[in-house]
Design a protein around this ligand. Structure first.
Ligand code: AMP
Length: 940
């Protein structure tokens, strides 16, 4: 509507053909203060169309957008920028405003960002007054500065030009004009322009910065001399990170943050651990010397280690947590953000103010790794938002040996990906630590004000190779010629402070020698370090428990019925879709005992019982509210107004919270987020659900690097549950297998549980066990598809009430064990195919046993179930998956251990195949029939 009104106005106006960018700038000034533009312009803007005769007050941003759109439509003649009859001074005034605009848009391209001075900056003509037909003779003329937030309405052009250069072309390059929200843009302009991007710092702050640089440099020099040649991925070149982080925590703490969670890769990590988090240097030195904590399983290299401490700030102590990190770059970021979300939820903090995520990136990685995009995309969504993340790039201008922009990325800056969420980006020269502090405070304030992501691109260099044993001159000869001669940041800043008369040479020398002495002494070197207090959750109830820990999962039938009634209840006036209504009616009949329970009903009862005991639940997946296969319907959608209702949120007044989110279409970042969430919150049943099980391979790095090995490497417990739909139903290669074999291959040290529940009672008890038992280990579930509605896959309320997940289920038909000549073992859906066929065959010589937990393998339970069959010589493992997949190869040793010695175990299943499943339904049916027959037919 507005678009067509504006277009009509534009076409009929004498402004058509004018330069909309100039006019937009004037319009901005007019909005600020109508008197700031000439009367002629004021008259024009006063005529701006009203939408439906309504005041346009709330539509100004749209008008601005229209100016932009029209600028692209019409000719962009700068000479016709003003209405006919404008005076020469009006014309100049327009050009002055255009100059201001140009600096806001492109000043960063002339900023002094590279400490090595190697960047070849392209000439940006828009930043030259002559480009705007202004010249030195205009420098004394006083112009209105429009919305330029310098604190005065007018200025001589010469002064304005200097001020613009100071603000936008100094040590900070600000990119924010891609933000469409005017309030945010104005806010940033105010913060930059009012102080010309120059902070006023107290003497103490300056000395504090110097101390940080002394520590950063001192630490690396110390490690370099004590452990020459040892890999430490030194921070040198990016030394400003240390005062920057300390300042960031302090500023965040002063503004309400109670916790800061940091994720970073290896570069500079040891330095941050010691100089910011206060890790005891002697512990680090011991690690260099090869000593390690015996209590940690297999351990990890020291530059992957996490750490926790408290840090004193003017606003009180802030808890710091550095996340453990694998070598796979950028993957820790969604983990950190998930951990932050858990901490915020625990504090019931909805706006993100209490916990700050800080992610530290490499320049090559932030541009190169796709998970960065996924994480940005999640940043403002309901299920994943944390009120903004402060993202810092340690931009050392080289990725291992790849330095040239033409090899490393396709954009000028490594940070362009952040523009997808319109995050402001502050490029800053790391050799100007005061500018670094300026943008750091700005970033925190922006994040706190607008609850959005913000990026600091700390442009630095790397003094050594990728690691200290590397020779960087081989691949970066020119850069390293420069690096070798380049003074360290500590020296540069000390010189500056000495020149300013803030500190004497001997005081600087004392700072350096005191720091070295502190390292020699081996005690904590961070003044603000404090021992951890109650900020963190207590993990001790979950430590030392294994999967065979006893627990009481039983609930009375009455309680189950009461919960069942709650999950079937929704407001009377709530208009349900007819299919969903029928499903809810069926559920009510199940709870009333008129029908046996199906999968969806039992699963929801599990959730209801968990929130009823006060625990939290978070379920996330691409279709989790409804369920990919239309079975769950935990979130109801009113057919009349689109409102949603979740019966599980109305189980009782004292219940725990439950959140179910349909997630962004990502596996990697989302699973990593959920991993982070569950490693920070043992009191939550955290569930990630794949749309189809095999899509979890998009998150393989999370499975390999975190889920399967995190406890063993880092001692970090995690109770994340993965629901991975799995089953051979003729849907083709991509929708049949959750790649069970991959999970089984990663099993060792009781690292996780792999379950294939086959009944509603089993899914109910499996989910409850995951919360009720005080063990927190990942649960990988091959969850069903066709069983969700299978006539025989039903359970009674009594079976649910028993309260124990059966790791093994014995023969269910009333058979004489003595007649059994063969025992078929299997997992999952194929059981029903086998059962059905055996009943059709009226066979009584084959028993069918279900193994519902494939890992940890339930040796004792299976021994109990197999007792009646010790005479049997013929044993079969039956699976739907091809022979090289499924459980056959990975679990065979367990099957052999379960059957009597000297007996034969054979395989009944599909032949080995490169593809998980065939694409043709007819072939699928043929294979399925054959494998069932093969399992049941005893050769005479
Ligand atoms: P954090 O809040 O992450 O700094 O954690 C504080 C302390 O809680 C850590 O130092 C650990 O002792 C413990 N902790 C945190 N997360 C876990 C976990 N996932 N598993 C076991 N212990 C943990």
């Amino acid at each position: 509507m507005l678009e067509s009104v504006m277009k009509a106005w534009w076409d009929s106006s004498h402004m058509a053909g004018g330069n909309a960018a100039y006019i937009e700038e004037l319009y901005e000034a007019y909005l600020d203060d109508p008197k700031s533009v000439s009367e002629q312009w004021r008259e024009i803007f006063d005529q701006l169309p009203k939408v439906n005769g309504v005041e346009l007050e709330s539509k100004h941003s749209e008008i601005r957008e229209q100016f932009r759109a029209m600028a692209q439509m019409g000719p962009m003649s700068r000479v016709s920028a003003a209405p006919a009859g404008s005076s020469a001074s009006d014309l100049k005034q327009v050009k002055v405003l255009q100059l201001i605009n140009a600096y806001r848009f492109r000043g960063h391209q002339h900023a002094n960002l590279d400490p090595l001075g190697l960047w070849k900056q392209e000439r940006v003509r828009d930043l030259e007054p002559s480009h705007h037909e202004l010249n030195e003779s205009d420098f004394d003329t006083i112009f209105n500065v429009g919305s330029y937030a310098i604190g005065q309405e007018t200025m001589p052009l010469g002064e304005l030009f200097k001020s613009l250069n100071r603000t936008y072309c100094g040590s900070v390059g600000a990119e924010y004009m891609h933000i469409t929200n005017t309030e945010q843009k104005r806010w940033l302009q105010q913060r930059f322009e009012s102080v010309q991007a120059q902070p006023t710092l107290s003497r103490d702050t300056k000395v504090g910065i110097l101390k940080g640089l002394v520590a950063a440099d001192g630490m690396e020099k110390y490690l370099g001399s004590k452990f020459p040649g040892a890999k430490r991925f030194s921070l040198e070149g990016g030394d400003a990170l240390i005062p920057m982080l300390k300042n960031l925590i302090s500023h965040a703490g002063s503004n309400g943050a109670k916790e800061v969670v940091v994720g970073m890769a290896h570069r500079g990590r040891l330095n941050v651990l010691v100089n910011v988090l206060g890790k005891n240097p002697s512990v680090l030195f011991d690690e260099f010397a090869g000593k390690h904590d015996e209590s940690l399983g297999s351990g990890d290299v020291k530059y992957h280690a996490g750490y926790s401490s408290d840090f004193a700030t003017p606003g009180g102590n802030v808890h710091l947590a550095m996340a453990f990190n694998p070598s796979h770059l950028e993957i820790v970021n969604p983990v950190v953000i998930g951990s932050v979300r858990a901490r915020l939820d625990r504090r019931d903090c909805k706006d993100g103010s209490a916990v700050l995520p800080v992610t530290i990136h490499g320049d090559a990685a932030i541009a190169g790794q796709g998970v960065v995009q996924e994480t940005f995309n999640m940043s403002q969504t309901r299920g994943f938002a944390v009120g903004g993340t402060v993202r810092i790039v340690i931009n050392n201008q080289v990725g291992f040996t790849t330095s040239k922009i033409e090899d490393a990325r396709s954009t000028q800056y490594c940070t362009d990906i952040a523009k997808m969420v319109q995050a402001p980006i502050f490029h800053v020269n790391a050799d100007d630590p005061e500018a670094v502090i300026f943008v750091t405070n700005l970033a925190i304030d922006y994040r706190n004000t607008f609850k959005r992501d913000v990026v600091i691109d700390l442009v630095c260099y790397r003094r050594h190779g990728h690691n200290e044993a590397d020779e960087p001159s081989v691949t970066q000869p020119l850069m390293y010629k420069k690096v070798k001669k380049h003074p360290v940041a500590r020296q540069l800043y000390a010189d500056q402070l000495m020149a300013e008369g803030i500190i004497e040479k001997h005081e600087v020398e004392k700072l350096v020698s005191d720091y070295r002495a502190a390292l020699d002494h081996g005690a904590c070197v961070v003044d603000e370090w404090r021992p951890m207090t109650e900020h963190s959750v207590d993990w001790s109830p979950f430590i030392g428990h294994d999967w065979d820990t006893e627990y009481d999962g039983a609930l009375s039938l009455d309680k189950l019925k009461e919960l069942g009634e709650r999950i079937c209840h929704f407001p009377e006036e709530f208009a349900l879709n007819s299919r969903v209504k029928k499903l809810y009616q069926d559920r009510a009949a199940m709870i009333a005992g008129d029908k046996k329970l199906d999968w969806g009903c039992a699963e929801l009862l599990a959730y209801a019982s968990i929130v009823d005991r006060g625990s939290r639940i978070r379920i996330c997946g691409q279709d989790s509210g409804r369920g990919t296969f239309f079975h769950r319907h935990a979130v109801l959608h009113n057919q009349e107004d689109g409102q949603t209702y979740m019966p599980l949120q109305h189980v009782s007044d004292e219940q725990g919270p439950i959140e179910i989110y349909d997630s962004v279409l990502s596996e990697e970042a989302v699973m990593a987020f959920e991993y982070g969430y569950s490693t920070a919150e043992p009191g939550c049943l955290t569930v990630w659900e794949a749309q189809f099980g095999d899509f979890s391979n998009g998150a393989q790095v999370v499975i390999d690097q975190f889920l399967s090995s995190g406890e063993h490497k880092w001692g970090r417990l995690c109770g994340l549950t993965l629901l991975l739909p799995h089953g051979y139903e003729g849907q083709g290669p991509e929708h049949s297998s959750a790649r069970l074999e991959r999970f089984l291959q990663l099993c060792a040290d009781h690292n996780w549980q792999i379950c294939v529940p086959s009944t509603p009672a089993q899914v109910y008890n499996m989910l409850r066990r995951q919360m009720v038992r005080p063990m927190r280990r990942p649960l990988i579930v091959m969850s069903p598809k066709s069983l969700l509605r299978h006539a025989q896959a039903t359970s009674s309320l009594e079976e649910l009430a028993e309260g124990q997940f059966k790791n093994v289920i014995g023969e269910i038909d009333d058979m004489d064990a003595k007649k059994v000549k063969r025992v078929v073992m299997c997992s999952g859906k194929v059981f029903y195919d086998l059962l059905d066929q055996r009943r059709k065959n009226e066979q009584d010589d084959v028993a069918i046993i279900r193994i519902e937990q494939l890992y940890p393998f339930p040796h004792d339970e299976i021994a109990e179930v197999l007792k009646p069959y010790q005479h049997v010589k013929d044993w079969v493992w039956c699976q739907e998956e091809p022979q090289n997949q499924g459980a056959w190869y990975c679990s065979q040793h367990h099957f052999y251990a379960a059957i009597p010695q000297g007996t034969k175990l054979t395989y009944a299943g599909r032949s080995a195949s490169a593809s998980p499943a065939v694409g043709y339904v007819s072939l699928h049916n043929q294979q399925q029939k054959a494998l069932v027959e093969d399992a049941l037919s005893i050769k005479k």
